[in-house]
Design a protein around this ligand. Structure first.
Ligand code: SAM
Length: 213
């Protein structure tokens, strides 16, 4: 899908549905918070939530004292909803309105978090563009926490096809600069009570491997 079509799709979703009318709504983003704590994040850790949308992860991070939090999403409506919810605290957060596949990162982060955005990239070109941004925007020694639908998860979300991953296939897609350090499955309960299988995987960004001759 082209960037404009993708943006129009997500704007359509966020302008027509309220927070708890979307399948991915989480009152408490506990799996993400647990993994962020487990990798040893401190309040000074720079963290970016890719495709953060209107997620409540940012509220929790600000409440826990994280001082350098960025939320990136291509939907202005989603970002505005999160800002309105945070009120004065929104001013302590960096907001980036962009499609991650064409975004030009201006700094490097300690933690890259993505829950349910990467799996919408079904084309090789888009996936390669994502990984190129991940390599540039994540410090060497930093961690990427990426949650996708698991192999037994849904084949579609929000009317769009997704690619389902296990930790190995996700690692292969990210390439040799990323070493899998942790993984867990999570059964997400949608607001209407059905279950979706997610796979959360944590990768450490190592130095780029030397080119082979
Ligand atoms: C299923 S929602 C998940 C939202 C949030 N991560 C959460 O856990 O509540 C997917 C989000 O990714 C965003 N998104 C999809 N493709 C994107 C892209 N290429 N660049 C940036 N954001 C994207 C959508 O606007 C949407 O907010």
């Amino acid at each position: 899908m082209q960037s404009e079509g993708r943006k129009a799709h997500w704007e359509g979703i966020y302008t027509s549905k309220s927070e708890n009318e979307v399948s991915w709504f989480q009152e408490n983003p506990a799996p993400s918070l647990e993994l962020i704590a487990q990798i040893g994040a401190t309040p000074a850790s720079a963290i970016i939530d890719i495709g953060g949308g209107a997620s409540r992860l940012v509220d929790n991070l600000v409440e826990q004292g994280f001082e350098d939090v960025t939320v990136l999403d291509l939907s202005e409506t989603a970002l505005e909803a999160a800002k309105a919810r945070l009120r004065d605290d929104a001013g302590h957060v960096h907001w980036i309105l962009a499609d991650v596949t064409v975004w030009e990162p201006l700094k490097a982060y300690d933690i890259w978090h993505d829950r349910a955005a990467f799996h919408f990239l079904t084309g090789d070109h888009d996936r390669a563009a994502y990984v190129a941004r991940l390599e540039r925007a994540l410090k060497v020694g930093g961690y990427a926490i990426i949650a996708t639908f698991a192999l037994d998860g849904p084949e579609q979300c929000s009317g769009l096809p997704v690619v389902r991953y296990d930790p190995e296939s996700l690692g292969q897609t990210l390439g040799r600069s990323f070493r899998l350090v942790d993984t867990r499955r999570h059964a997400h309960a949608t607001p209407w009570g059905t279950e979706q299988s997610f796979q959360f995987s944590v990768f450490c960004h190592g130095p780029s491997p030397a080119p082979t001759r």
